[in-house]
Design a protein around this ligand. Structure first.
Ligand code: NI
Length: 138
């Protein structure tokens, strides 16, 4: 088994808040991340695919195919967008880094997986210090 990884970047804004709670309760829970008018991040995302080498190509997966899938189904929808308001696959989802990673997994899994390869992990770095990795298991 081999693991291949490609890195992506997107810039997006969000407000981390739970609409079921008051503004005060949200501020206690999420601090300045719950500021009413939102704030932005330059997100880094690493997508890792696991598989066996295709003897014809020498690849697990052509990284330009991975790039095309991720750009058309994820990056084009989130880059320079508001994650609370603009992104169909984030609708109704609180845009924590954890939930962003899970939502992107759900978008990509069926587009990447086939009999020779499968989506292995999605790692999203929101700040220099904070990142989340999701491997599809609950
Ligand atoms: Ni934030």
């Amino acid at each position: 088994m081999l693991y291949i990884t490609r890195k992506f970047h997107f810039s997006a804004s969000h407000r981390v808040y739970n609409p079921a709670l008051s503004d005060d309760e949200n501020f206690k829970l999420y601090g300045k991340c719950s500021n009413p008018n939102g704030h932005g991040h330059n997100y880094e995302m690493e997508i890792t695919v696991a598989g066996k080498i295709n003897n014809e190509t020498g690849y697990v997966m052509d990284l330009s195919e991975l790039k095309n899938i991720v750009e058309s189904s994820v990056i084009s929808k989130v880059d320079h967008k508001n994650l609370n308001l603009d992104v169909d696959f984030m609708s109704g989802i609180l845009p924590s880094t954890e939930n962003i990673a899970k939502a992107i997994w759900d978008e990509l899994e069926s587009l990447i997986n086939n009999k020779n390869r499968k989506l292995h992990s999605i790692k999203i770095r929101e700040t220099i210090n904070n990142s989340v990795e999701y491997t599809g298991e609950d």
